[in-house]
Design a protein around this ligand. Structure first.
Ligand code: ADP
Length: 633
């Protein structure tokens, strides 16, 4: 019989072997995840290449043909851009998209917010007959009408479509159909709109009219799906780089108390953006009101904007923000599509976005004028569960939220690289050039072994199941801090700062060591936590998490400093770019007042409904903007 000593030795060696196997299992699982994601990328790429020619700025010869300036319409286009829009320099992919749509090709154009998508149908519209624009929001349609009328371009809103459009098409006057926010057609996108799904009928009804779909956020999967839905399998895809060099991305832990969070946010706004325009995205209508009231108390002029307000009241708030009478608009995420204020200096998420696509689009409303702007997200523990209970019924809601959590939880990888790899864009470190908190500050904290804490948290949850108590994230955090019925007795766990304990819990959710368990009451959905499918693997693994070390005050100061340095870098770069002249100059530059003079010369058409067949004969080539539904604010 083996001696006690032998048994102890054997136990040691078995434990060591198990631990080594566990490490291999973890490595393999991670490798499997990476391979799976690569497999999906390759499959999408193959499908895309089989169906479409893609041109990107870096595509050399193929791109050249579409950015040529010797098409039949090239000189008229150049004149139109200069005379009607005061534009002498085109941005990436604008010329390519315009040439392709003018060549009657179906096109999907993916360009970041503020990149100048509208011009790609507005300018071609003036070269032919009528362009129909489909927009998902009434506010977007109104914006379009106002800006086009200001430019002296004939435009009208179309509400009852079919007969007029049929006549127009038969008369050969429907030049193109532009579909704004085209990603809304796909269920895989972040803003699926059932009405957009039926837009596929356009290609059947008007087969000779090219479609131009425009979006700022579309993953490869969404683009493929959108093409299928719109019946444009051979459409061209133009994708300009997503990188907006003038945006500084940052994530900050949200202080636990509302007052603490407001104090931190107003400190940043007052010190960096005094009297400048910004958007604060909030979780709910009520939250908008609370945040706006609190900011006003702090001396920051702000107002809320959300679905529960009267239209007129919302319109007033929007207008006073546009006219800089108020600085900050506190809004739900429904405020945004079509916001055309170029000097938004900051977009702060006071609540977590529900997906990376949403975040990229919402934060992208900052800095459309190319000047430095900040995109700051307050990462709050309680917000995770508020959001998960909201999105859990959506098709890919929890999956999308998980990606967003990974973005927030990350403290070692460049923020831009996380965003762009999500959209399948190539990434190199120079693209960030130290313009995110991770690259600039790199104070990620230490990677700490947290296995002990994880095991303790799982054991608290096991006890809770046995005693029929359910624990929410907040209650688990309390227990970890040594409070409540199921409090831990582990002194090290108790001593862990709350912010670190929160990070450990989120890490466990992301690694499936914990899972959410949703319960429905007549009034709300509650998220409880349970041990996850991989909890049993935990005991032998060496889990490590970067735990924050800096205090709130230090992190705010370092953010201020980083942003100030970043502003200098961007201003210098802008200065150099201006000094070295324009790259894609179209022709001689008009005087800066030309555009204004032009606006003055053309009279605006104020009528809301028009006879399209008659108007299409006019030289003024109207743009008709069609809504597919009510404003979803
Ligand atoms: P998007 O729809 O891509 O978010 P917009 O079409 O609203 O962006 O354009 C954003 C701003 O950029 C507008 O004020 C527009 O007039 C301006 N803009 C577009 N293209 C150019 C250009 N080539 N040069 C200068 N300004 C441009």
């Amino acid at each position: 019989m083996a001696s006690l000593q032998d048994l102890k030795e054997e136990l040691g060696s078995v434990t060591a072997s198990m631990s080594s196997i566990q490490k291999k299992v973890d490595d393999l699982l991670e490798r499997q995840e990476r391979l799976q994601s690569r497999k999906e990328q390759i499959e999408t790429e193959i499908k895309r290449r089989e169906n479409v020619y893609e041109f990107s700025s870096s595509d050399g010869i193929s791109a050249k043909s579409w950015d040529a300036t010797d098409f039949a319409w090239s000189s008229t286009l150049t004149d139109t851009l200069r005379e009607k829009f005061g534009i002498v320099e085109l941005r990436a992919m604008q010329l390519e998209a315009m040439n392709a749509t003018l060549s009657k090709r179906d096109v999907i154009l993916i360009m970041p917010t503020g990149g100048g998508k509208s011009l790609c149908y507005q300018a071609p519209a003036l070269l032919g007959n009528m362009t129909l624009v489909v927009s998902p929001l009434i506010s977007l349609i109104e914006d379009q009408l106002i800006s086009l009328k200001n430019l002296g371009i004939c435009a009208a809103k179309l509400t009852s479509t079919s007969t007029k459009l049929e006549k127009c098409y038969k008369a050969g006057n429907l030049s193109r159909i532009a579909i704004d926010e085209v990603h809304c057609a796909s269920q895989w996108g972040n803003d699926f709109r059932p009405d957009y799904k039926i837009l596929g009928i356009l290609k059947t009804q008007f087969p000779n009219t090219p479609i131009l779909g425009l979006t700022a956020t579309s993953t490869e999967k969404v683009t493929l799906d959108t093409k299928k839905i719109l019946n444009i399998p051979f459409s061209m895809l133009f994708k300009s780089k997503l990188n907006r060099e003038n945006l500084f991305y940052s994530v900050k832990t949200k202080p636990h108390s509302f007052d603490g969070a407001i104090e931190d946010m107003s400190g940043i706004v007052k010190s960096l953006f005094s009297k400048q325009s910004g958007i604060v995205y909030c979780f709910s209508c009520k939250n908008c009101e609370e945040v706006s009231t609190a900011l006003n108390k702090q001396g920051i002029r702000s107002a809320s904007y959300h679905a529960k307000m009267e239209d007129l009241q919302r319109h007033r708030v929007h207008k006073s923000w546009l006219e800089n009478e108020i600085e900050v608009i506190c809004a739900t995420v429904a405020f945004g599509m079509g916001i055309n204020k170029s000097d938004v200096r900051f977009v702060i998420h006071f609540a977590l976005s529900k997906s990376i696509e949403n975040y990229y689009q919402e934060s992208g409303r900052a800095g459309r004028d190319g000047r430095p702007a900040m995109c700051l997200l307050y990462y709050g523990f309680a917000d995770i569960f508020k959001q998960s209970t909201m999105v859990m019924t959506e098709h890919t809601g929890l999956h999308n939220l998980r990606k967003m959590l990974e973005y927030c939880q990350n403290s070692t990888r460049c923020r831009r690289s996380v965003l762009f790899s999500h959209f399948g864009n190539e990434w190199t470190q120079e693209l960030c050039n130290r313009s995110c908190d991770v690259c600039r500050d790199s104070d990620a904290g230490n990677a700490v072994s947290v296995s002990r804490y994880c095991t303790e948290l799982v054991s608290i949850l096991q006890k809770s199941t046995k005693s029929n108590e359910r624990l929410t994230g907040a209650k688990l955090l309390e227990a970890a801090a040594g409070r409540g019925k199921l409090k831990t007795s582990d002194a090290e766990m108790k001593a862990l700062p709350s912010e670190s304990a929160q990070r450990v819990i989120v890490f466990m959710l992301l690694k499936d060591y914990l899972k959410e368990d949703f319960h429905f009451t007549p009034y709300s959905t509650i998220s409880y936590l349970l041990p996850g499918p991989r909890a049993s693997l935990l005991s032998k693994s060496d889990a490590k998490v970067h735990l924050p070390e800096t205090s709130m005050e230090i992190s705010s100061n370092s953010l201020r400093l980083s942003f100030a340095e970043f502003c200098e870098t961007v201003s210098e770069a802008n200065g150099k770019a201006r000094a070295s002249g324009v790259k894609r100059s179209l022709s001689a530059c008009p005087s800066s007042s030309d555009a204004k003079k032009i606006k003055g010369r053309h009279s605006a058409d104020n009528s809301d409904s028009i006879d399209l067949t008659r108007e299409c004969q006019n030289e003024s080539s109207p743009i008709v903007v069609e809504d597919s539904d009510d404003d979803f604010v």
